[in-house]
Ligand binder design. Sequence first.
Ligand code: ARG
Length: 461
Amino acid sequence: ANNLLWSSRFSSGPSDALAALSVSVHFDWRLAKYDIAGSRAHARALHRAGLLTDEELEGMLAGLDKLEQDVESGSFLPTVADEDCHTALERGLIERVGPQLGGKLRAGRSRNDQIATLGRMFLREHARVIGGLIADLQQALADQAEAHLGTPMPGRTHLQHAQPVLLAHHLLAHVHALGRDADRLHDWDRRTDVSPYGSGALAGSTLGLDPSAVAAELGFSASSANSIDGTASRDYVAEFAFVAAMIGVDVSRIAEEVILWTTKEFSFATLDDAYSTGSSIMPQKKNPDIAELARGKAGRLIGNVSGLLATLKALPLAYNRDLQEDKEPVFDSVDTLEVLLPAFTGMIATLTFHSERMAELAPQGFSLATDVAEWLVKKGVPFKVAHEVAGASVRYCEARGIELSDLTDEDLAAIDPKLTPEVKQVLTVPGSVASRDGRGGTAPDRVREQLAEVRALIAEQ
Ligand code: ARG
């Protein structure tokens, strides 16, 4: 005799090899609390349908409460012979209330509608946790931005000096990307707010159960409109994994910058000792391991979503056992973000920026050339000509090993008579930055406004 929920038509038990392949309890046990919540709601549905007496319902709920306590305390544990969390919990219930009552709970439900519901419950809860962790990271970035409203840095495209920007402006760009990720989680949640419980194996139930009452009890706004879709769909898993991967990718872009900024060559920032690591052989080392792990884990998160899509591709309706493969990758995505984000936030919050170094480099590499061109445009010069004159200035400086801000009135006149001495007003970093004062621009007033907007957005998330 075994404990399996399906052995009645079989004359022998499963081979050890099958059992070893089939078992999922070592990873689906973390769904136990959701399964018990589902069982409570299902017991009430059976009661309302007249399939459990008042007394039976009371006994069932008391048994489920006891089981939940024992699961929480660890005094009830699954064994590999249980196959999955549903099997283990039925055994646990029967051990507590006896086979006569415990054997009634399975009526009108299938592991197919159970697992489809539990996955949603688990991920919805963790989406909220991850949303909170994203907000913490945004907060840390916004705090750094606030502290560096007056710090210019070299803004880059193609990793080359492009135009000076404020460090605050740069950091807030990352906050916006993370804000869209938080928004994606909300949006995902709205679509996932549907309970498959009551779908049965695929076709629904003959027992007159009320899926919408179960849905409401489990925190969903509605139950599945189609029982086949309810049991067969896992786009909610793939989409969650995509959002997790997108978060990983957005964090990896910050990570890569931290890795560059903390090199000797950049010297833009220094990591706090508590958020950096050393070398077992090189005593001087201070390594950005958190940022590197973030970069690495982005790859892992992408792998999880790719794997899930591969599992779902061309899968016929309705439930197929392939779907058991949905859990480990998406659990891994959840665990990865929940361990990564707090460390990453700590690293950002404690990062020391070297403002003078950043400010010193901001005008180098001829990053004020666009300012020269746009100054000419304001004088009525066509941009095509302005671009040529500014380009000639760069060539002039490059040949002499100087920067645009080093040009004298004589140099300017020699390059082009249109370059009157007043152009020098824009050939400074503060002048350049302040002049980009349209919405979204890097002018200090605009960035200050943006910071306030961002703080309000984070609070609303
Ligand atoms: N463990 C399965 C899963 O994770 C759920 C059980 C459904 N199993 C079945 N043989 N119908 O998808």
